[in-house]
Write a protein that binds this ligand. Structure first.
Ligand code: ATP
Ligand code: MG
Length: 347
């Protein structure tokens, strides 16, 4: 198998909050392969943002890594402490596009100036201001902004939400990163704009040979953007595989639940399936499989011991006792089978 570009091993992150400790990442294992597009899915609070922020040293002040490694180009980012160490990673190696473009932009500077800054920073004194100015226009063109010379002189408030997100992407690209992380870059936008931003990211990825991590709530969009999918639940990656593995041969009951709640499955006039119960409280130590209390088919051992990963194939593994050779045979729910039948028909 190819060497990963970034490899997360048993990563544990905690937050101190009013004298208590919240265990946000409870031993995350995940490889990001060079040139791939990896989607991370999971419901709100599962740890998606906390995970990717650790790659850039952007964790909130009250958070800390208490175990594990983040191996990137032979270095362990989990050990990085100083701004100087992070400087060579942020932007230049790893860049991030976040949910709300407004928070990523400076409202007081023209967008041209903000892209130029990124270019100058990356250039380390070797790029002149006029070079940076000219180059900034090409980045605007690359992200599909017309009349770049005029637009570069405008301020963020003069752009619509979708256009602002394009500007943020232009700034990220101006740093020429190897790894681009998009944390729900389209949730604040309406559906048609969402689709445009997604195809823009895909085009930039192909053009520049980027590795891409794409975070989303919406399993529905994933098939269009990702080669592989990692499913997170309560601070762990519970299943990972190619799109085909996850859509056609899902093994974790939480993945089944996620697939069952896809709107494509909705029958006219009937309420959409929703996963019953709530995720565990991460202030408490969790015993067994974190999803067990919400899993109608949980085994006794699910309440007692956290399952290890079981390999389904060389590309596919899941963290569920159902894959233990001693486990009883449990079929995915009818809804998931129906979904698969529909896809097969469409294909
Ligand atoms: N600074 C913080 N202090 C305390 N708890 C935090 C902090 N930041 C995140 N958390 C907690 O860590 C857990 C994971 O949060 P995270 O933001 O990674 O979720 P997420 O999967 O990105 O969710 P969403 O889909 O809503 O963005 C949550 O329980 C959250 O409340
Ligand atoms: Mg998030």
């Amino acid at each position: 198998m190819t060497e990963p570009l970034l490899s997360v091993k048993d990563l544990s992150v905690r937050f101190r909050l009013r004298g208590r400790s919240l265990h946000a990442l409870r031993g995350v294992n995940l490889d990001i392969l060079p040139g791939e597009s990896l989607a991370i899915v999971g419901e709100s609070g599962s740890g998606k943002s906390v995970l990717v922020k650790t790659f850039m040293g952007l964790s909130d002040k009250n958070g800390y890594i208490d175990d594990g490694q983040i191996l990137y180009l032979g270095e362990d980012l989990a050990q990085y402490k100083t701004a100087r160490q992070w400087k060579k990673i942020r932007g230049r190696e790893i860049a991030m596009v976040m949910q709300d473009p407004m928070t990523a932009l400076n409202p007081l500077k023209t967008i041209g100036a903000q892209i130029e800054e990124a270019i100058l920073l990356r250039g380390d004194g070797k790029v002149s201001r006029s070079q940076a100015r000219a180059e900034s226009l090409t980045y605007l063109t690359d992200v599909g902004i017309d009349d770049p010379a005029r637009r570069a002189r405008q301020y963020p408030h003069e752009f619509s939400g979708g256009m602002r997100q394009r500007v943020v992407i232009a700034i990220a690209m101006a740093c020429r990163p190897r790894l681009l992380i998009c944390d729900e870059p389209t949730t604040a936008l309406d559906v048609t704009i969402q689709a445009q931003i997604l195809s823009l990211i895909k085009a930039l990825k192909d053009k520049n040979g980027l590795t891409c991590v794409y975070i989303t709530h919406d399993l529905g969009v994933v098939a269009n953007v990702a080669d592989r999918i990692a499913v997170m639940y309560a601070g762990e990656v519970v299943e990972v595989g190619t799109c085909e593995d996850i859509f056609y041969d899902p093994r974790h009951p939480y993945t089944w639940a996620l697939l069952s709640s896809l709107p494509q499955l909705g029958i006219k006039g009937e309420p959409l399936y929703s996963i019953h119960g709530t995720p565990p409280n991460l202030f408490d130590e969790i015993k067994g499989d974190a999803f067990a209390p919400r899993n109608p088919k949980a085994l006794r051992i699910d309440f007692e011991e956290n399952p290890p990963y079981f390999d389904v194939s060389p590309t596919h593994r899941a963290k569920t006792w159902l894959l233990d050779p001693r486990a009883p045979r449990v079929e995915p729910p009818e809804s998931v089978k129906k979904l698969q039948a529909n896809w097969t028909k469409e294909a």
